[in-house]
Design a protein around this ligand. Structure first.
Ligand SMILES: Cc1ncc(C[n+]2csc(CCOP(=O)(O)OP(=O)(O)O)c2C)c(N)n1
Ligand code: SF4
Ligand SMILES: [Mg+2]
Length: 350
């Protein structure tokens, strides 16, 4: 029987494959959105997929001794090595197929990493991988905004002011952590013109996310998807609110959804509606007040958070994506006319 490998775009939930390739047998917390990302990721990619994963919750909790939820082939890789593992596996498959030792067919290679493993330790390897355009592989960074598996330590993805085990709020210092979250997908998109697909998604928008995974795998070459994943343990909220928090992160403009295809940026989902003025951006307080990690915030902290998010929307060259601001006097030189030119053109998919 011929194996179906083409991955068409999913038009609605009725189109979502029934087949589960990430099943029971894992020990992630109730309400773990990173586990949902894994499930959506392989649902979208289908059975002809090899998954590689760096150390973290999605390794440890998914491979408790003698059990695994993975139906597809799966391999662990070192904490900072998802980029190298993706590239090495894609290169190995290519050689085996060229030598006739493996049937020449499309096999999806996906390497995942957490924010600690991808945005911090393994960023160099991911960057290198995104320059090797002759290999087909996807790196998926699942971002729960901490080193969760080792008990919620601060990472470069932890939001401004949030409490982690490395940034507790104290009586002398209310905010132990005051860095703004590193903009990983924007940075990778801006710096890797040979990567044909780089996107930001969220499991709360499941179809949007699955379509981004599919586009990445169909467009080919080295690609990257970054997901924001609410984590009940690290963010300190009841597990039943994970989806709601994913929605709020996007609706408050904190986590813009977009994809960059061949250098063309396309905002997606509610992010697009907000940018087009069809939906009102919610105040960040709606998001912050739902999580214990921000319980120590006073008004001025919320105001600062809001002002930073506002800047992402009003000053950045592409809202939430590219953090350059262009002075009015230079907008004509750079051919930027925000009023007459649509900022977010629909890119042609390959
Ligand atoms: C080189 C190295 N340093 C430290 C560790 C210990 N360690 C294991 S998992 C982990 C946290 C990883 O965080 P992240 O990548 O964000 O994944 P998460 O646990 O949040 O899912 C750490 C520090 C390790 N396994 N390898
Ligand atoms: S700590 Fe967070 S990321 Fe880890 S398994 Fe629990 S909910 Fe998921
Ligand atoms: Mg993490």
């Amino acid at each position: 029987m011929a194996i179906e490998t083409a991955l068409p775009q999913i038009k609605g939930v009725k189109d979502v494959p029934y087949e589960e390739l990430f099943v029971s047998g894992h020990r992630t917390c109730q309400g773990c959105e990173s586990a949902l990302v894994m499930r959506h990721m392989v649902k979208a990619s289908g059975p002809r997929t090899i998954v590689l994963g760096s150390t973290g919750c999605m390794y440890v909790a998914n491979t408790t001794y003698y059990t695994t939820p993975w139906v597809v082939p799966w391999m662990h890789t070192q904490l900072g090595a998802s980029g190298s593992a993706a590239l090495g596996t894609a290169a190995g498959l290519k050689v085996l197929m060229r030598k006739g030792k493996l049937k020449d067919e499309k096999i999806n290679v996906i390497a995942f990493c957490g924010d600690g493993g991808g945005a911090d330790m393994g960023l160099g390897a991911i960057s290198a991988t995104l320059t090797h355009k002759e290999y087909n592989c996807l790196v998926l960074l699942y971002d729960n905004e901490s080193y969760a598996n080792t008990d919620i330590q601060l990472s470069s993805q932890t939001p401004y002011g949030a409490v982690t085990t490395f940034s507790p709020s104290g009586s002398k210092k209310r905010l132990m952590h005051t860095r703004w979250k590193k903009n990983v997908p924007g940075m990778l998109a801006a710096g890797h013109p040979e990567s044909r697909f780089i996107a930001a998604g969220c499991a709360a928008y499941a179809v949007d996310l699955m379509n981004k995974i599919r586009k990445a795998l169909e467009i080919g070459g080295p690609t990257f998807v970054h997901t924001l994943d609410p984590c009940p343990k690290g963010w300190d909220y009841h597990p039943q609110y994970s989806q709601e928090l994913g929605h709020l992160a996007v609706e408050c403009g904190i986590w813009p959804l977009y994809e960059v295809i061949d250098g063309v940026c396309n905002l997606t989902g509610p992010t697009r509606q907000i940018a087009e003025g069809r939906k009102k951006r919610k105040p960040v307080y709606e998001y912050l007040k739902r999580q214990g990690r921000f319980a120590h915030f006073i008004d001025e902290d919320v105001e600062h958070f809001q002002s930073q998010v506002d800047k992402m929307w009003t000053d950045w060259l592409i809202p939430g994506v590219i953090p350059f601001t262009v002075p009015a006097k230079d907008q004509a030189i750079l051919k930027i006319d925000k009023k007459s030119k649509p900022l977010h053109e629909e890119p042609a998919t390959a």
